[in-house]
Design a protein. Structure first.
Length: 320
């Protein structure tokens, strides 16, 4: 049996379910409640932080039968079609800008934007990877984005907002997404494991959060991989073991960094002692590190015999 990935099963369906993005969700919910929604938005940030998901949620809020609202009902046709298991809506068009980035694609979009929505309140265009659109493509879209029809909304999602044409960027409301803090991410994955009925040994989830790097999608993908490769315990429940997580994620045991830090502190302390007492024998040093007497220094000369002398002997070190 093929199972759906965790990040797809637990994709947020409302702004209240988003984690770590209050700087985006709260202003958008306020704009929806006060009916001050703009005609174009730009969502930027690292990968896997919820840009495309937020664009779909905004589309649900705008086209909800009870809306525009900050919390979609989840039961109307538009909300169901744009939900986790939905097949998409005719009035919400998602375009992969990485493969539709030319002038011809922009012209096709302009022709589609002229027609009224088939059923819902707005016709919404979501352009993912918007930084891949060429300058000529942006120029072809400029007039439409600047003065769109009343029924058209644009949402641009990108990981590199500086590559979006400045004239396009200035006509949008820009919302930057950020990586989720570790504390919020750890709490989220703990609740998810409890919901899934999966047991995890101590120390596993902090490793997963660390490897995810603050991206909810990357974190859930790693957790899904660990769950899929873990055996069940005696009670039949899946148990993710610490040794397997360490082997997969490539992190060393927690005691190893402590030993390295102690060794580094000793080396730094030893270096400070040498700088503090230059030129003097330190009784705390091992015998192998103490300065040897000058008379013990011997070096063979060119004739094969050994000449002994002090380091400052003029015969050994003539002045230049």
């Amino acid at each position: 049996m093929v199972t759906t990935a965790l990040y797809r099963r637990y994709r947020p369906e409302a702004f209240g379910e988003m984690i770590g993005q209050s700087q985006v969700t709260e202003p958008l919910m306020t704009a929806l409640r006060s009916d001050r929604v703009g005609h174009a938005y730009l969502f930027s940030g690292p990968r896997g932080c919820g840009k495309t998901t937020s664009a779909r949620i905004l589309a649900r809020c705008l086209n909800c039968a009870a809306g525009p609202t900050d919390t979609p009902c989840g039961t109307c046709d538009s909300c169901v079609e744009l939900g986790r298991g939905g097949g998409g809506s005719l009035d919400v068009v998602e375009i992969d800008a990485a493969s539709h980035n030319g002038v011809d694609d922009a012209r096709d979009l302009r022709e589609r934007a002229i027609f009224a929505p088939a059923r819902d309140r707005f016709k919404i265009f979501i352009l993912d990877e918007a930084h891949m659109v060429t300058q000529q493509g942006f120029n072809a879209l400029l007039k439409l984005v600047e003065e769109p029809p009343a029924h058209v909304k644009f949402i641009f999602a990108t990981t590199e907002p500086e590559k979006v044409l400045g004239t396009i960027r200035s006509r949008t409301h820009h919302y930057p997404f950020r990586l989720v803090p570790p504390a919020a991410m750890l709490e989220y994955v703990q609740e998810l494991c409890e919901t899934e009925g999966v047991g995890v040994e101590a120390g596993v989830l902090p490793l997963v959060v660390r490897a995810g790097g603050g991206s909810p999608r990357d974190t859930l993908s790693l957790l899904d991989q660990l769950i899929a490769g873990s055996d069940a315990d005696a009670g039949g429940h899946v148990l993710v073991r610490y040794e397997r997580a360490v082997a997969l994620l490539g992190y060393t045991h927690s005691r190893a960094p402590r030993r390295s830090r102690r060794r580094l502190r000793r080396q730094r302390r030893w270096g400070s002692l040498r700088r503090r007492r230059p030129g003097r024998a330190d009784r705390s040093r091992p015998a192998s590190f103490r300065r040897r007497p000058a008379r013990a220094l011997a070096r063979p000369d060119r004739g094969g015999s050994h000449r002994c002398g002090r380091l400052g002997d003029p015969a050994r070190h003539p002045r230049r």
